[in-house]
Design a protein around this ligand. Structure first.
Ligand code: GTP
Ligand code: MG
Length: 198
């Protein structure tokens, strides 16, 4: 797949603000600061389609990006940053649940984890939740530029084990900085789109 066209179609905090049709969607979930918005910019080859920040908690809404007029990438708000207030955390849970539970076109939620660390407790919770709803199967390891080859192999094993991944689950390393991994990920998107066409 080549992404020729990408546009922000909707910014939502509740279902009435979602795009109305049932176009296929692939969403990005993961803790704040893991690199969801950066990955979107990498895939679309646009520097600032999605806002990126060194401070966690940048994306607090559900952002729908329309890709090649054929599917959407959905940038979800991150979890797990220290400064979030209790009411904000509750709002986050409610917002995520409504989207993940009832979205017709949603096929896969890619879980993003930082390749440098073992997945956090919240990462594990998130992935279990995705598994429960049948939205699992794709894990993207971000910031691959920050580890050596040796560390990478070691951390991949740790991530597999901590998230309890099965043999069919896909794990893809990416680096928004070095611009690597996007071709493999786009191939995976092709496969997901083909599969949901049938
Ligand atoms: P929220 O919107 O808070 O949920 O965060 P996010 O997951 O969208 O993270 P974002 O893309 O805003 O990136 C957070 C920080 O990580 C920024 O400072 C990015 O420049 C940095 N970053 C993202 N991806 C990479 C990467 O592949 N390599 C390196 N070295 N830094 C990265
Ligand atoms: Mg973001």
């Amino acid at each position: 797949m080549i992404i020729k066209k990408a546009e922000l179609e909707a910014v939502a905090v509740k279902p009435s603000q979602y795009p109305e049709d049932n176009m296929i969607e692939i969403a990005f979930a993961g803790r704040s600061n893991v690199g969801k918005s950066s990955l979107l910019n990498l895939l679309t080859n646009r520097k600032s389609l999605a806002r990126v920040s060194g401070n966690p908690g940048k994306t607090r809404t559900i952002n729908f990006y329309r890709i090649n007029d054929s599917f959407r990438i959905v940038d979800l708000p991150g979890y797990g940053y220290a400064k979030a207030s209790k009411s904000l955390t509750q709002g986050w849970g409610d917002m995520m649940e409504k989207y993940l539970q009832n979205r017709q076109g949603l096929k896969v939620v890619a879980q993003l984890v930082d390749i440098r660390h073992a997945p956090s407790k919240q990462d594990v919770q998130m992935y279990d939740y995705l598994r429960y709803y049948g939205l699992d199967g794709l894990v993207i390891m971000t910031k691959a530029d920050k580890v050596s080859r040796n560390e990478m192999a070691k951390n991949i094993a740790l991530i597999k084990k901590t998230l309890d991944l099965g043999p069919d689950d896909k794990l893809i390393p990416v680096s928004a900085l070095k611009k690597t991994g996007y071709d493999e990920l786009l191939n995976e998107f092709d496969r997901i789109l083909e599969e949901s066409d049938r």
